[in-house]
Design a protein around this ligand. Sequence first.
Ligand code: SAH
Ligand code: SF4
Length: 368
Amino acid sequence: MNKDINILNIFTNKINLLDLNRTEIEHFIESLGYKEFVAKQIMRWIYKYYCSDFKEMLNLNKKLRRQLEETACIFAPKFTREKISCDGTIKWITSLDNNHNIETVYIPDKNRSTLCISSQIGCVLNCHFCATGKINFKRNLKVSEIIAQIWQANKTLKSRNINTSITNVVFMGMGEPLFNLKNVVSALKIILDIYAFNLSKRRITISTSGIVPALNKLVNMVDVNLAISLHASNDVTRNIIMPINTKYNIASLLSSVSQYLKKSNANHGGVTIEYVMLHGINDSRQNAEELARLLKRLPSKINLIPWNTFQGAHFLCSTDNHINIFANVLRKNGFTTIIRKNRGQDINAACGQLTGDNTKNINFNNKI
Ligand code: SAH
Ligand code: SF4
């Protein structure tokens, strides 16, 4: 991997078109003296043909091509390393500046190709069961760094003659998307745009640990599927395993989610509640009953996630028996409940295992 390429735009000071949504590209093109429709032609080259060289955009006039070369670039950080799981899941690592890495996970299934993308390098939130929370937070990803993960994934699949592009995008990689709200929303506009990735809002999911003020803003910004990392049936347990709960407790979080659902078309089947199964911590029958009571008035479906281990962690995953009993209590209470299959465990690509191989920075001092 040529690291110089990844920081090219920093040195050349050119505008990276992958940082701009359609309206912004239109403004940029107009500032160069051209009509707005040219923006769509350029976006077609970028998002349909995966072209990053203005010289190849032959339906643009020569003068514009030269102007674009002087002022802009199309720069998508490349995947640096790849790990392939025995179940077909692929983990791609991208080295950004200062050797900070992010991870992107491709999960092929019968009818869909899901890409799990990162929104930050590391995470400040320190949920105790999550490997990403144990690496030092570095920074938010730029719009182009979020978009590049999908762009490079599609380009890679195409180069391998895999006859599908990404059909679903989930913000469940490294980081807390609502702590990078502005860039994530800009990226979502590009993912939804018919002249870019053109994915339907029902095929995009933002997963959040529950940053209530940001969620209250999101409701007026964009409509996509919401997944809430609840992971506990009461504040006492959630305060311990997810310290963010001491700031935004379960009641305030669920009330904010209700407001989002009132305005949303994407979440027509209800919000997805994520619940990681931690042996002896949140997995008793009483916890399941308490969870059912908590969610009684919230249209929701529940994903039980068997906890994935990582080096230095101090938890155990619940037994299959406990997970099944827990699921059955929820089902008896009328909740659609799925026990999530963990994909890519053998390459540390499953939920909560993503560290970007930044393991030098891992900090295991925060035992609970
Ligand atoms: N920060 C966001 C999105 C990234 S985490 C969030 O917390 O929602 C994606 C999902 O994986 C979240 O539901 C998270 O709680 C869960 N997760 C984290 N660590 C895990 C682990 N070790 N095993 C299983 N799921 C985990
Ligand atoms: Fe951050 Fe999400 Fe991991 Fe919590 S679970 S530390 S919010 S990435």
